[in-house]
Design a protein around this ligand. Structure first.
Ligand code: COI
Length: 355
């Protein structure tokens, strides 16, 4: 149990009103959670302080070798006034898996949850309530040793910041266009692809810029070894409905194990739909698109929620998925996942946690 010290801001910022067309990740609340780590001392000095710039040495290891982990989850305001988190235990478990992979000391799950709840409680007035909005929670840890050699740091800073957000993509729930990248790769098995760390995202930028220039929202990555099999999109996992079966790439060590991905799989199975987690080649998709059996495609992620995909492009091949609009199952998943998150629909036990 953390003994969290609280220092309130003396200079509160205006909270965005209902007329603010919230985008993603540009506005930050009044406070943040902070906690330090030092070898021999462990995690210590948990505190809630005003949101502020942090001071680091230019030699801090995070700047040079990227030893950092991050997570993303959301808080929602239910109609009855309760503040709800969606499956925070899954994010915390994944955070500690990432920590282990990149040699950052773990944070006990109960302390992690206490920290999230405490900072969300502090700034809960910032949770927006318009449909499609929420309070995005970004926990992250950075290596702070002032040292230029390559080794795990002995000191770390854990922060949680909060941002009221709208849709991740400007398209909202309108289908996005996705570029299947056959040149650059994001991750390979044995690397850090399944960890939530900045390295995976910096590796994606070059292809993302290329895709944007061509009018595509995101990049769909192929596996880094054979460059044949679909892996994930930069900010979400990917699903297909082929001939009535829901298909998603099997977690293989280079794919991020998404919380919304797992939720989609569980919901689809509970509705009696066949779900296959397996290898899916780009070739199989092209054939399914051509013979009309590719019925739907959507991405899943905390930031993206459920994001229908209307077009896929690989090299010179461009496919429209069904009529290019939002599919029936994608819409049902969006309505159900957001309904559970907002406390309007009862989900499986333990999915919704009250702050
Ligand atoms: C999330 O969905 O929370 C993510 O972390 C994706 C991020 C790159 C925006």
């Amino acid at each position: 149990m953390l003994n969290i010290r609280v220092e309130k801001t003396t200079n509160p910022k205006p909270i965005p009103g209902a007329d603010n067309p919230l985008t993603f990740g540009t506005i930050f609340t009044d406070h943040m959670f902070a906690m330090n780590y030092e070898t021999g001392k462990g995690w210590h000095d948990p505190r809630i302080i005003p949101y502020q710039a942090i001071e680091l040495q230019p030699s801090a290891m995070v700047f040079h070798y990227g030893q950092e982990m991050f997570e993303g989850l959301k808080a929602y305001k239910a109609d009855d006034g309760r503040t709800l988190l969606f499956r925070p235990d899954k994010n915390i478990e994944r955070a500690n898996n990432t920590n282990r992979r990149i040699c950052i000391p773990e944070i006990p799950a109960e302390d992690f949850l206490q920290a999230i709840k405490a900072i969300v409680k502090m700034d809960e007035a910032w949770i927006p309530t318009k449909p499609g909005t929420s309070l995005y929670i970004r926990p992250f840890i950075i290596a702070t040793d002032p040292f230029l050699g390559v080794r795990p740091s002995d000191t770390y800073l854990f922060l949680i910041i909060l941002s009221p957000v709208g849709a991740y993509y400007p398209e909202g729930l309108d289908p996005v266009k996705i570029w299947i990248e056959d040149d650059y790769v994001r991750a390979v098995r044995g690397g850090v692809g399944e960890a939530k760390t900045g390295a995976n995202y910096v590796a994606s930028l070059k292809a993302q810029v290329k895709a944007h220039d061509e009018g595509y929202s995101q990049v769909l990555w192929l596996d880094g070894v054979e460059r044949k099999y679909i892996e994930e999109v930069g900010a979400m996992n990917i699903f297909f409905k082929i001939n009535g079966t829901v298909v998603t790439p099997k977690l293989n060590g280079s794919i991020l194990p998404g919380v919304t991905r797992d939720s989609c799989i569980q919901l689809c199975r509970s509705w009696g739909l066949p779900v296959e987690e397996r290898r899916v080649s780009a070739e199989e998709l092209f054939e399914a698109a051509e013979n009309g059996s590719l019925e739907e495609c959507w991405g899943s992620g905390t930031a993206a929620v459920i994001s229908p995909v209307g077009h896929l492009r690989c090299g010179e091949k461009v496919f429209q998925i069904a009529d290019g609009g939002i599919g029936e199952l994608s819409q049902k998943l969006y309505d159900t996942v957001t309904g559970i998150q907002l406390g309007k629909i009862e989900g499986p036990a333990g999915w919704v946690v009250e702050v």
